[in-house]
Ligand binder design. Structure first.
Ligand SMILES: N=c1c2ncn([C@@H]3O[C@H](COP(=O)(O)OP(=O)(O)OP(=O)(O)O)[C@@H](O)[C@H]3O)c2ncn1[C@@H]1O[C@H](COP(=O)(O)O)[C@@H](O)[C@H]1O
Length: 110
């Protein structure tokens, strides 16, 4: 499945050469990082609302759709900054043997 992210990372790189009116990703690059971050904020809010609706209804389809939008726009922001999806996968892989509670405790003073 990580091929999906690698393929998407390749497309996001290719879109840096595209005209703004030929591609949604190219149009975001041309509008700049602030516009991309605004989209992340919108998609995060929509994901939260969809998750609350899913909890009530038992139907997860909308929260999956909104999470895909959130991940996608986060990857566009990273691409704009010169990073690829693999950088996030590597960071998650680095954490495999690290308990979240232990990591948090190591950051907090006794
Ligand atoms: N995965 C996606 C993807 N997910 C969501 N979106 C777009 O993200 C936008 C989501 O914004 P909204 O829901 O707020 O809709 P909107 O009202 O149209 O957006 P705004 O007018 O507010 O910007 C929609 O236009 C979606 O089509 C995506 N656009 C592109 N991709 C991937 O990126 C590739 C390149 O896309 P283009 O650059 O358009 O060729 C595609 O082949 C896909 O693989």
């Amino acid at each position: 499945m990580s091929n999906v992210l690698t393929n998407l990372g390749d497309i996001l790189e290719q879109r840096k050469q595209a005209a703004a009116d030929s591609s949604y990703v190219a149009s975001l690059y041309h509008k700049g990082l602030n516009k991309i971050l605004e989209k992340i904020g919108e998609e995060a809010t929509e994901t939260i609302i969809a998750a609350k609706d899913a909890e009530r209804s038992g139907d997860n389809s909308d929260v999956i759709y909104e999470t895909a939008d959130l991940w996608f726009h986060s990857l566009v922001a990273l691409a704009k900054l010169g990073e690829r999806p693999e950088a996030v996968l590597n960071e998650l892989a680095r954490r495999f043997n690290m308990s979240g509670l232990e990591e948090k405790a190591s950051r907090q003073p006794e």
